[in-house]
Design a protein around this ligand. Structure first.
Ligand SMILES: Nc1nc2c(ncn2[C@@H]2O[C@H](COP(=O)(O)OP(=O)(O)OP(=O)(O)O)[C@@H](O)[C@H]2O)c(=O)[nH]1
Ligand SMILES: [Zn+2]
Length: 231
């Protein structure tokens, strides 16, 4: 289930396999069919070579002490850090438990830090995700929600797809449609170059199941407005 198949990975494949269970798979990362045929080590070697070529083309002296390690550093950072969510081996285990205490209200995990990378310019996307679900018999470890956000963030992304992938993965893990996500993030490609609007941020949302209903949506949006401070 962790093999690439028609450019889809991990949960995207599983989503297809459970067929008409609940949601349509729409938010898939565009990957080549042979994306998993090259090892991480070989990917890093190829990226290092290409990055050295880019810096050389820009006129940089790659024998300089300060930048001679840069191609390798960038390759390692791409594969093992900022794009590590492309490798299904890094998919967090979404441990779920029975809802023994019969908690029946929504659970909101808010202010989850998002560090992602815009796939159009390869510049950072930095912001907050707010995720909620209503249990259908299962509950999930709180930190797993943060980990799922982090995993899908560590891909070249557009914010719309990131928002939908988080919801889809939680719907799969919790076996319910009743999941929602709002992301508010700054795109450095908008803030620091191009239009250079440093003030603007982008809000995206995905509301599944009961969260499409006005009262439930309102309750979620009200919770995420709470200013929590424990200092
Ligand atoms: N929908 C969407 N667009 C994004 C996201 N991140 C970056 N973009 C936009 O992608 C677009 C790419 O447009 P292009 O015209 O091809 O690129 P560009 O010439 O660099 O555009 P400017 O940024 O306007 O200078 C830009 O408008 C970006 O702001 C995202 O997460 N979602
Ligand atoms: Zn961009």
């Amino acid at each position: 289930m962790f093999e690439g198949k028609n450019g889809k990975i991990n949960s995207e494949i599983m989503e297809d396999e459970i067929g008409d269970n609940h949601i349509a798979t729409t938010a898939t990362t565009p990957l080549r069919d042979d994306a998993f045929e090259v090892s991480d080590t070989d990917k890093m070697l190829a990226i290092e070579e290409n990055m050295a070529q880019i810096l050389h083309t820009l006129g940089m002296d790659l024998t300089d002490d300060s930048i001679k390690g840069t191609p390798r550093r960038v390759a390692k950072m791409f594969v093992q850090e900022i794009f590590s969510g492309l490798n299904p081996k890094n998919m967090p285990k979404a441990s779920t438990f029975d809802n023994n205490y019969k908690y029946g209200e929504m659970l909101v995990e808010k202010n989850i830090t998002v560090y992602s990378t815009c796939e159009h310019h390869l510049l950072p996307i930095v912001g907050r995700a707010h995720v909620a679900y209503i249990s259908n018999g299962n509950v999930i470890g709180l930190s797993k929600m943060n980990r799922i956000v982090d995993y899908y963030s560590k891909r070249p992304q557009v914010q719309e797809r990131l928002t939908m992938q988080i919801v889809q993965e939680l719907q799969r893990a919790l076996n319910t449609d009743d999941v929602a996500c709002v992301i508010d993030a700054k795109h450095l490609c908008v803030n620091s170059r191009g239009i250079r609007d440093v003030a603007s941020s982008t809000v995206t949302s995905e509301f599944g199941g009961k969260f499409k209903e006005a009262a439930t949506k309102r309750e979620f949006l009200d919770y995420i407005k709470l200013e929590t401070s424990f200092e």
